[in-house]
Design a protein around this ligand. Structure first.
Ligand code: NZQ
Ligand code: ZN
Length: 396
C-alpha cells in the first residue's frame, strides 16, 4: 500500500462556530470575496451575518452571489474579474459544494490568470495551464454533501461543451473551514437526501472499485456509511434535528478528506458517469449518484463480488457465510437499494426527465474525459463504452 496524504485544511467544527468567521478570516487578508449561491444563503440571512462578522474584524467583504448549482466556468471567470477589479486578497466560499468549489476555482484564476477551463484537463493530450498559485481560500459549508471543505478539489462545468470535470491541486485546500452543522438545518429533505448519498458514495466508490487490501480504510468507509444511514432519515424527517445534522456534517467532512480513500487507487467510476449526466442535464449531483449507484454495483459485482460480500457482512451484518459470493453480494446491494428507496431519493433517470437519447454520446464522453487516454475507465471491473451505456440503460 502506497499513498501520499497531506491535508492542509484546518477544520473548525461545531454548532455555533460560524461566529468565528471574522476573527479567523482577519488572519488571512483585508478584503474578501464572499462567494455564494443565488438564493439560500441570502434567504437564511447567512450572507448578512458573514459580512457583519467580517467587517467587525476589519475585513472588507465583497459579495458575489451568482453561483449556480453545477457551477459554470464562465461564472467562475466572471467572479475572478470581480476579484481583480476590487483587489480582494482572499476568497470565502459560503454554501454547498457549488459555491465552495467556485471559491477555489476563483482563487486559482485570480492568482494565475486565464480562464478556469484552461486548467481543467478534459481531453487527453490537451495542453492545460498549470496551477502555480492561488489566493488563500476559506470554505463554510451550508450543506453536508461534497466534502469540498476538506479537500483540494473543485468540480466545474463547461455548459457550451457539456463537460464537467475536476481540478485538484494542493494549493486549493482551504486554509481553514468552518463546519457549523447549525447552518444546514434549512436544507430541504430532497437536498439533504442527495447530500447523504453523495457522502456515502465518496467512501463506497474506491471501497468497491479498488482491489487493494486496505482493512483500515475499509473500516473507516463502513463507519461513514453506517453513520450516514443512521442519521440521514432523521435529518430528512426533521430538518431541525441538530444532532443528526451534526453527524452528517462530520461524515461529509471526513469522507473525502483523503485519509479514508488513501491507498485505494481504483478510480471513481460512479462520479465520472454522474458528472457526464449532470453536464448534459444539469441535475443535482447526489441525485444522479443515487440513480446510478445500485446499477454500477450490480454490474461490477457480476465479475468482482468480493467487496460486495464484505459490504453485506460489515454494513448490513448479513449472515452470508454459507452463501455463494454472487448471492451474498446481491444481499448487500438489494438491502442498500431498499434503504435508499425508504429514504425517498431518486431511483431512475426517467424520474429526472432523462431519456435514452444521449446515452451513446454520454458513454463516449465518460471514456474521453475520464479514461485518461485509455478506452475504458478504472473500476474493479474495467468499464468500456458498452458497459457504461448498459449501466445508463439499467438506470433508465
Ligand atoms: O444555490 P443556492 O441558493 O445556494 O441553494 C442551494 C442549491 O439549490 C441549496 N442549499 C445549499 N445550502 C443550503 C441550501 N438550501 C437551504 N439551506 C441551506 N443551508 O442546495 C442546492 C444545492 O447546492 P449545491 O452547492 O449545488 O450542492 P452540493 O453541495 O451537492 O454541491 C454539488 C457540486 O459539488 C460538486 C458536484 O459535482 C456539484 O458541482 N462536487 C464537489 C466535490 C469536491 N469539491 O470535493 C466532490 C463531489 O463529489 C462533487 O462532485
Ligand atoms: Zn460526490
Amino acid at each position: 500500500m502506497k499513498f501520499t496524504w497531506s491535508n492542509t485544511t484546518r477544520v473548525i467544527f461545531g454548532v455555533g462556530e460560524f461566529a468565528r468567521l471574522g476573527e479567523e478570516a482577519a488572519k488571512l487578508g483585508k478584503r474578501a470575496l464572499v462567494v455564494t449561491g443565488k438564493t439560500s444563503a441570502k434567504k437564511t440571512g447567512l450572507v448578512d451575518r458573514a459580512v457583519e462578522l467580517l467587517e467587525k474584524s476589519g475585513v472588507e467583504a465583497i459579495v458575489f452571489d451568482d453561483i449556480e448549482p453545477n457551477p459554470r466556468s464562465t461564472t467562475v471567470d466572471r467572479a475572478a474579474a470581480v476579484v481583480k477589479e476590487t483587489g480582494c486578497d482572499f476568497v470565502i466560499g459560503l454554501g454547498g459544494g457549488s459555491p465552495m468549489d467556485s471559491a477555489k476555482a476563483i482563487a486559482v484564476v485570480s492568482a494565475c490568470g486565464g480562464s478556469i477551463w484552461d486548467y481543467i484537463l478534459s481531453k487527453p493530450g490537451k495542453k492545460v495551464r498549470t496551477v502555480d498559485a492561488a489566493l488563500p481560500i476559506v470554505t463554510v459549508p451550508t450543506l453536508a454533501a461534497t466534502g469540498s471543505e476538506a479537500n483540494g478539489g473543485a468540480v466545474i462545468s463547461n455548459w457550451e461543451l457539456h463537460e464537467k470535470a475536476a481540478l485538484i491541486h494542493p494549493l486549493m485546500y482551504p486554509r481553514f473551514s468552518i463546519v457549523d452543522p447549525g447552518l444546514t438545518v434549512t436544507v430541504s429533505p430532497e437536498y439533504t437526501g442527495d447530500g447523504g448519498i453523495d457522502i456515502i458514495s465518496h467512501v463506497l466508490e474506491s471501497y468497491c472499485s479498488s482491489t487493494a487490501y486496505t482493512p483500515l480504510q475499509d473500516r473507516f468507509s463502513e463507519g461513514v456509511i453506517r453513520t450516514v444511514m443512521e442519521h440521514l432519515p432523521r435529518a430528512m424527517a426533521n430538518g431541525n434535528d441538530v444532532e443528526a445534522r451534526t453527524h452528517l456534517s462530520w461524515a461529509s467532512t471526513v469522507a473525502l478528506s483523503g485519509m479514508v480513500n488513501g491507498g485505494r487507487p481504483g478510480g471513481f467510476p460512479l462520479h465520472w458517469m454522474e458528472h457526464v449526466v449532470s453536464a448534459h442535464y444539469d441535475i443535482s449531483h447526489g441525485r444522479g449518484l443515487a440513480i446510478l449507484m445500485p446499477h454500477l454495483m450490480r454490474h461490477t459485482a457480476e465479475k468482482k463480488p468480493d467487496k460486495y460480500v464484505q459490504f453485506a457482512r460489515n454494513v448490513f451484518f448479513a449472515d452470508v457465510a454459507e452463501q455463494k459470493p454472487a448471492v451474498a453480494a446481491e444481499a448487500g446491494i438489494s438491502q442498500f437499494e431498499r434503504w435508499m428507496k425508504s429514504c425517498g431519493v431518486y431511483s431512475t433517470l426517467s424520474q429526472a426527465n432523462i431519456s435514452s437519447d444521449k446515452f451513446g454520446t454520454m458513454a463516449d464522453d465518460v471514456i474521453r474525459i475520464y479514461g485518461y487516454g485509455k478506452d475504458y475507465i478504472d473500476n474493479a471491473r474495467p468499464l468500456y463504452r458498452q458497459d457504461i451505456e448498459q449501466i445508463y440503460r439499467m438506470a433508465l
